[in-house]
Design a protein around this ligand. Structure first.
Ligand SMILES: NC(=O)c1ccc[n+]([C@@H]2O[C@H](COP(=O)([O-])OP(=O)(O)OC[C@H]3O[C@@H](n4cnc5c(N)ncnc54)[C@H](OP(=O)(O)O)[C@@H]3O)[C@@H](O)[C@H]2O)c1
Length: 295
């Protein structure tokens, strides 16, 4: 290790999918000494041209730096990689930015603690293309003192950094809740585009109005959040029964054009079960309790 190479400047990035590559790139551009490891080594070549050192194994990668960021497709992989790396007792602070379930996040945190490793579990709430830019957001959970030690590195990757408490499982829950809203919105948008196109509408012509209605959904969602905590299901503005009729129309129109009905079908089923349970005059907030009861 050269004299100029202080431990706070050394970072290892394990996992070079779009997210890991973006993280490694911004750290290199910020002047940090970066070691990378990826199962598919070809993805590291352009980072080597920017100055990264390619480690031959995860074991070697983890021992190169004080901070190790890991971003792979889920916690089973994280654990497998760390096991292969014989991670027990290593000095590095491990920052896991791989998305997975709250239960797996807690299990992994407990396993890592047993290995004697300083650890934070977290998530990037920003697409890979925006990593390092102002507004780029990451949330971390675990030991606050570890967070403070890792903070200067994390802020390069995500200037809008926040600490979410000592439970990495809570971070995973936040991550999945946001992804839940994101993917159901994206799926609904995709179905709307398919339905519009099947009826001769141009997808581009729908963008502005679809954007407005997604914003409207966010307003309705705000009310749903408040009502869920208050245990209220007011139906003055709109009712489950009316929404169910709309969804039946949507299903019929989709079937008329031989479209996949999986997305509206799931919502129609939820609304139908609410109507069958005499909840038709409740408002959309009732959906939360329907989901909580398993339908
Ligand atoms: N991309 C984004 O914009 C974004 C945004 C927020 C959060 N995230 C989260 O960041 C994490 C990484 O996402 P990503 O977009 O970079 O891509 P990803 O496809 O979720 O993960 C790619 C990484 O996982 C590795 N991997 C996958 N299967 C493997 C296996 N069987 N054995 C060993 N390694 C394996 C890949 O290695 P190979 O290259 O060898 O396949 C690569 O390093 C995920 O948890 C994702 O949810 C991503």
């Amino acid at each position: 290790m050269s004299e100029a190479r202080t431990m706070t400047n050394t970072v290892t990035v394990i996992g070079l999918g779009p997210m890991g590559q973006a993280i490694a790139r911004v750290l290199l551009l910020a002047g940090r000494e970066v070691t990378v490891w990826n199962r598919t080594v070809e993805k590291a070549i352009h980072l080597e041209e920017l100055g990264a050192r390619i480690a031959a194994t995860p074991r070697e990668a983890i021992r190169q730096s004080e901070i190790v960021l890991i971003s792979v497709r889920g916690n089973d992989l994280v654990r497998r990689i760390l096991t292969d790396a014989e991670v027990a007792g290593t000095a590095a602070i491990l920052l896991n930015l791989s998305s997975d379930t709250p239960a797996s996040a807690r299990q992994l945190a407990a396993w890592v603690a047993d290995q004697g490793i300083r650890y934070l579990g977290g998530t990037m709430l920003t697409p890979s293309a925006l990593v390092g830019q102002s507004g780029s957001t990451a949330v971390l959970g675990g030991d606050r003192a570890v967070y403070e030690k890792a903070r200067s590195i994390l802020e390069i990757v995500a200037p809008e950094l926040s600490y979410f408490g000592d439970d990495p499982g809570a971070v995973a829950a936040l991550d999945l809740a946001l992804l839940d809203a994101f993917w159901t919105t994206v799926a609904g948008w995709s179905h709307a585009v398919a339905l519009g196109r099947a009826e001769g509408l141009n997808a581009n012509s729908l963008v502005e109005r679809l954007t407005s209605i997604v914003h409207l959904a966010a307003q309705v969602g705000t009310g749903i959040s408040h009502d869920a905590e208050a245990g209220k299901y007011p139906g003055e503005v709109s009712t489950i029964a009316s929404a169910h009729t709309t969804l039946r129309h949507l299903l019929q129109a989709s079937a008329d054009r031989a479209l996949d009905t999986g997305v509206p079908g799931a919502i129609e089923g939820l609304l139908r079960r609410a109507v069958d349970q005499s909840r038709g005059e409740d408002g959309p907030s009732r959906l939360v309790s329907m989901i909580e009861q398993g339908g």
